[in-house]
Ligand binder design. Structure first.
Ligand code: ATP
Length: 302
């Protein structure tokens, strides 16, 4: 029996590891249709100095098809430079397809860039282990993938081995505890396709709880495009702001109300940063951002 148990237990560990990395990558990284493209450099060491790291993009040029850069083909990012100072929030706005989510994928090192540098705490992400980069980053994606497992299990993905108390504390902070507690089986409730269906807002709260448990120094928020009702949306924004406190945060924003307090806002168009500054500076420039702001004020669903 023991002989059988050990390999099964080992398989369980591998299964959890695979599910963990799937969760981390989540849907925004479209893992299913993509082979893993990056490899650790020989002798790569883990990232160090992760207490409030600074994140920098320096002249980053990127194409999903690497062949096109040298032949002058379609590059997705064309010389992107910005810095997220330690513990601050930088927000990215711009039309669909302008390259916002690509920035997040590159920071997670889902792909390697063709030119330039991306650094975390001064270390180029290409030169350190991928595992340590991904461990340092928490993602709240647009559309959270839940597994056909219990609510507790889904939240504990933030930190395998978390205790029930830690899971509940994270759920409380993400304002999902009361909802979970109101279901007959509580944290043992099955969710996902074959279980309890959660609304978009509830799923995002599970993702926030996961991230709180993981407690990474760097956060990526990919704001949902699908409109939540506005009370729910304001509540989620407030919770996200709480989670982002003192963390180095990249927000991919679809609604400008989210970005007003950001340290810097980058306005992207066709793979370039066309305007940058604080909310007040950008309004004063009366450029693209100011136009977007005026439009959203008159039609909040825009
Ligand atoms: P949205 O607001 O709609 O999410 P976005 O600004 O985040 O858009 P990206 O997802 O970064 O835009 O996409 C930038 C460009 O890269 C788009 O033209 C898109 O078609 C292209 N692109 C995105 N993912 C891939 C991929 N895996 N392979 C090839 N091209 C891609």
């Amino acid at each position: 029996m023991i002989q059988l148990y050990i390999p099964l237990n080992f398989l369980g560990v591998i299964y959890r590891e695979i599910k963990q990395s799937l969760t981390d990558l989540d849907k925004m990284f479209t893992l299913m249709d993509k082979e893993r493209e990056v490899a650790d450099a020989p002798g790569a060491q883990p990232l160090a100095g992760l207490d409030q790291p600074t994140v920098r993009f320096e002249d980053v040029v990127f194409a999903y098809d690497p062949g096109v850069v040298s032949t002058g083909g379609r590059t997705i990012l064309q010389g992107i430079s910005f810095e997220i100072p330690a513990g601050k929030t930088v927000a990215v706005v711009g039309p669909s397809g302008s390259g916002k989510s690509t920035l997040a994928r590159l920071l997670f090192r889902f792909y390697d860039i063709q030119q330039g540098r991306i650094t975390i705490a001064g270390q180029e992400i290409r030169s350190v282990t991928q595992a340590s980069v991904r461990q340092a980053i928490g993602i709240v994606p647009q559309d959270t993938v839940l597994f056909n497992d219990t609510v507790a299990y889904n939240i504990a993905y933030g930190r395998p081995g978390a205790t029930q108390e830690e899971i509940e504390a994270a759920a409380r902070a993400a304002r999902i505890h009361d909802f979970i507690a109101s279901t007959p089986k509580g944290y043992a409730t099955m969710v996902g396709e074959r279980g309890l269906k959660l609304s978009g807002g509830e799923k995002q709260r599970v993702a926030i709880a996961r991230t709180l448990l993981k407690n990474p120094p760097i956060l990526i928020f990919d704001e949902a495009t699908s409109a939540l009702d506005s009370a729910n949306e304001r509540a989620i924004q407030a919770e996200l702001q709480g989670v982002a406190q003192n963390k180095t945060t990249l927000v991919i924003a679809h609604r400008l109300s989210t970005v007003v307090d950001a340290h810097e806002i980058l306005v992207m168009d066709a793979g370039r940063i066309i305007e940058r500054g604080t909310h007040a500076q950008l309004l004063a420039q009366r450029g693209r951002y100011a136009d977007m702001w005026t439009l959203q004020q008159s039609d909040p669903s825009a």
